[in-house]
Design a protein around this ligand. Structure first.
Ligand SMILES: Nc1nc2c(ncn2[C@@H]2O[C@H](COP(=O)(O)OP(=O)(O)OP(=O)(O)O)[C@@H](O)[C@H]2O)c(=O)[nH]1
Ligand SMILES: [Mg+2]
Length: 688
């Protein structure tokens, strides 16, 4: 049965790693009657963390979708991974949802992941709600967490309920809209018993109700006036204004509970239905000239946001319909590949299994197996309209390994499997090292690459060895130089002749490569100029210092000569390479290394030791600030010093510390280290 778009809720559960999203997903599925037993993350029994590698690591690695009916709505709920290495999945889920529920750990408060994802949800203009989880844990504090949320995300973050009791004595919540208490006994479905607010909480409840009213009444001027004049605001008016404010991203309601005890989760489900916007409310999607409206009688436009590579079931694509209806047994067009795709069976994810579906209407999210060309990022449409989603800004892969099959002859198998995994995860980078010819796999972190290796084995039966990561050093030049390259050969019949003069200058940081043709009077015929350029670029693949690629150079081709019979592209290319090699040697070439911006979250009492360790890694701390119960440190550290940082940070912080990093820029390698790199490169060269 097709759901009408105003009855759909597309909701992503997002948040910092380990905040309890998967546990909450499980509890919500249970509350909605999709599953009849709550599985635990700790014993690998949840719907969402179904992959063996998710279970062994006890973390989500890819987004899980489940769809169900609740309260006459269709809810598409997506559980996303919090680990920054898999952020691509969380971001692609946010993209296709109207709202996000941020799951926050009540012991830790706002964490790095919370803030990062908040910023993304803000960019996408999503409605946001927050679930303060883990109130049963030692040192959990709802009010401290609420304060940290307010100071991070502003005054419009406001509690609509507060907990009764804390830590192991947590027993329920007080609803600040209807000012009633709900006690939970056991963890059965809808186990809440309604009662009066306990005496000892009355004052606090009143205080937080006023804060809520201040926010709610801001939704409309007339409401605010009446409120300030002390008039009674009816229950329905409060509910209506809260919904309105939340829908438009003017209010961010905070609810709370304990996912693993199913405490407060039925109320969250209610809030998702009542307060979060439908695709209709959120409005059409504008893509340049085209606006896609959530209407059934429009042409079909569906966006594929996630691909899963399964060696048995083939490719499974998850899509969101933006306009029109996706029907089974039809043909659609893939607008990137310009290829027809047959939509065979459509699929709905329900609990651990799937159900066939006939169609998905506008605003809905579903899945389809066995498409030939289609993968994440593609559009499926009735006609070949060239539309594109704005690119999601993804972190660049920094942790590179050389990968080789354990058994010889498996190269193709490994490579095909890697390609499939890359379809699933755009943050994986695959390339060949131009210097060594090795197959390089680069990911966002150690864990990321480990997961890739595990998946190669478990899904594709391909076992590989990883070689220690290589730092992607580069080279550049510090001053201008001139050089002349001439390739001349007379062998038997036709000779070879190419001749060029170039001048090179340093460019600014990260400006790359610029080639300017200054040839006058046809000294080199224009048909040979691309060959010179190609020769120059080939020389730049192996710099003069230690053979690393060269960047940030401008090359001007100023003069040359040719021979009407003997000149050829190859001869000009060789002349270009020769000239560039010479020029680079004379231009004060230097080695560059990648500098990472590292963001760490560590317990306060470890800060000193962590900073000391960073200093010993040539790191430069850039500042720190409290992040919930932890301290966030930012530091610039050369990548070469971070190759095996994860285990070290783990041991300094007794497993509590966490970090992520991104490439900041390249900087010159200090002299004494550069010398070592030059010597190492020379050894390697001699050995080869
Ligand atoms: N005591 C307690 N433990 C919880 C609660 N919610 C989750 N946990 C536990 O905390 C751990 C992390 O929970 P997950 O649900 O895997 O967290 P997540 O946010 O999905 O983690 P990632 O997917 O890795 O980002 C698991 O061991 C859960 O059993 C809670 O409310 N109370
Ligand atoms: Mg999870």
């Amino acid at each position: 049965m097709r759901s009408s778009p105003d009855r759909i809720r597309n909701v992503a559960l997002v948040g910092h790693r380990g905040a309890g999203k998967t546990a909450l997903f499980e509890a919500l599925l249970f509350e909605a009657g999709v599953i009849n037993r709550i599985g635990a993350v700790t014993d690998g029994g949840t719907v969402s963390d179904a992959d063996p590698d998710e279970q062994s690591r006890q973390m989500s690695i890819s987004t899980t979708l489940n769809s169900f009916q609740w309260s006459e709505r269709k809810i598409n709920l997506l559980d996303t991974p919090g680990e920054p290495s898999f952020v691509a999945d969380a971001l692609s889920a946010l993209r296709v949802c109207e709202s996000a529920v941020f799951v926050v750990n009540a012991v830790m408060g706002v964490e790095v992941g919370t803030s990062r994802l908040w910023a993304r949800a803000e960019e996408l203009d999503l409605a946001r709600m927050l679930f303060v989880n883990m109130l049963d844990r030692e040192r959990a504090d709802f009010f401290r967490t609420l304060d940290s949320l307010k100071s991070a995300f502003g005054q419009h973050v406001v509690a609509t309920e507060i907990p009764i009791g804390s830590e192991h004595e947590i027993s329920g919540v007080v609803d600040l809209v209807d000012m009633r208490a709900y006690r939970y006994e056991g963890d059965g479905r809808s186990a809440a018993r309604e009662e009066d607010i306990p005496q000892e909480l009355a004052e606090r409840a009143q205080e937080y109700r006023e804060k809520l009213m201040d926010e709610v009444c801001e939704v409309s001027d007339s409401l605010m006036e009446r409120y300030l004049e002390g008039e009674e605001i009816s229950h329905d008016e409060i509910v209506g204004a809260l919904k309105e404010g939340t829908n438009h991203g003017n209010i961010f309601p905070v609810v709370c509970g304990v996912a693993t005890r199913n405490l407060g989760t039925n109320r969250l489900l209610e809030a998702i239905v009542e307060d979060l916007p439908s695709p209709v409310k959120h409005g059409g999607l504008e893509l340049g000239e085209v606006t896609l409206d959530p209407v059934e009688d429009g042409e079909l436009f569906a966006y594929v946001f996630k691909t899963r590579a399964d060696p048995f079931a083939g490719r499974i694509n998850m899509f969101r319909v933006y306009q029109g209806v996706m029907r089974h047994d039809t043909q659609v067009l893939n607008t990137r590949a310009h290829a027809k795709e047959r939509i065979g069976q459509l699929t709905v994810f329900e609990g651990k299994g799937t159900e066939p579906a006939e169609e998905f209407g506008p605003g809905d999210i579903g899945a389809v197996a066995k498409l030939k060309e289609t993968r994440a990022g593609d559009w499926l449409a009735d006609r070949d309209e060239p539309i594109e989603m704005p690119q999601i800004k993804l972190p660049g892969p920094v942790m590179a390994f050389a990968i080789e099959p354990r058994s010889k002859g498996d190269e193709d198998k490994v490579f095909t499997a890697l390609r499939r995994l890359q379809e699933e995860d755009p943050t994986i980078d695959l390339h060949r090292d131009p210097q060594t010819g090795e197959q390089i796999v680069a990911g966002l972190s150690q864990i990321h690459v480990e997961v890739i290796v595990d998946r190669l084995k478990s899904r594709f039966g391909a076992e590989v060895n990883l070689k220690p990561p290589r730092v992607p050093y580069m080279e550049t030049i510090r001053r201008s130089a001139k050089a002349h390259g001439r390739h001349k050969k007379q062998t038997g019949g036709r000779g070879q002749f190419g001749d060029c003069h170039i001048e090179i200058d340093p460019l600014g940081l990260d400006e790359g490569f610029d080639f300017v043709n200054k040839i006058k009077g046809g000294a080199i015929p224009s048909s040979f100029i691309p060959a010179v350029r190609k020769g120059v670029q080939e020389a730049m693949e192996r710099g003069a210092v230690a053979g690393y690629p060269v960047k940030d150079v401008r090359v001007r081709l100023v003069d040359g000569s040719y021979h009407s019979v003997d000149s050829s592209e190859i001869a000009f290319k060789l002349a270009g390479t020769q000239a560039m090699k010479q020029a680079l040697e004379q231009a004060d070439p230097v080695l560059l290394e990648p500098i990472m911006l590292v963001t760490l979250t560590v317990p306060e009492d470890c800060v000193g030791e962590v900073i000391g360790d960073l200093n010993s890694r040539r790191g430069r701390p850039q500042g720190m600030e409290p992040a919930g119960a932890m301290t966030e440190i930012k530091a610039e550290v050369p990548m070469a010093e971070l190759l095996s940082y994860a285990p070290d940070l783990r041991s300094i912080t007794a497993g509590q510390g966490d970090y992520s990093m991104e490439l900041l820029r390249y900087e010159e390698v200090p002299g004494h280290l550069a010398q070592k790199l030059v010597a190492a490169a020379a050894d390697e060269h001699a050995a080869a």
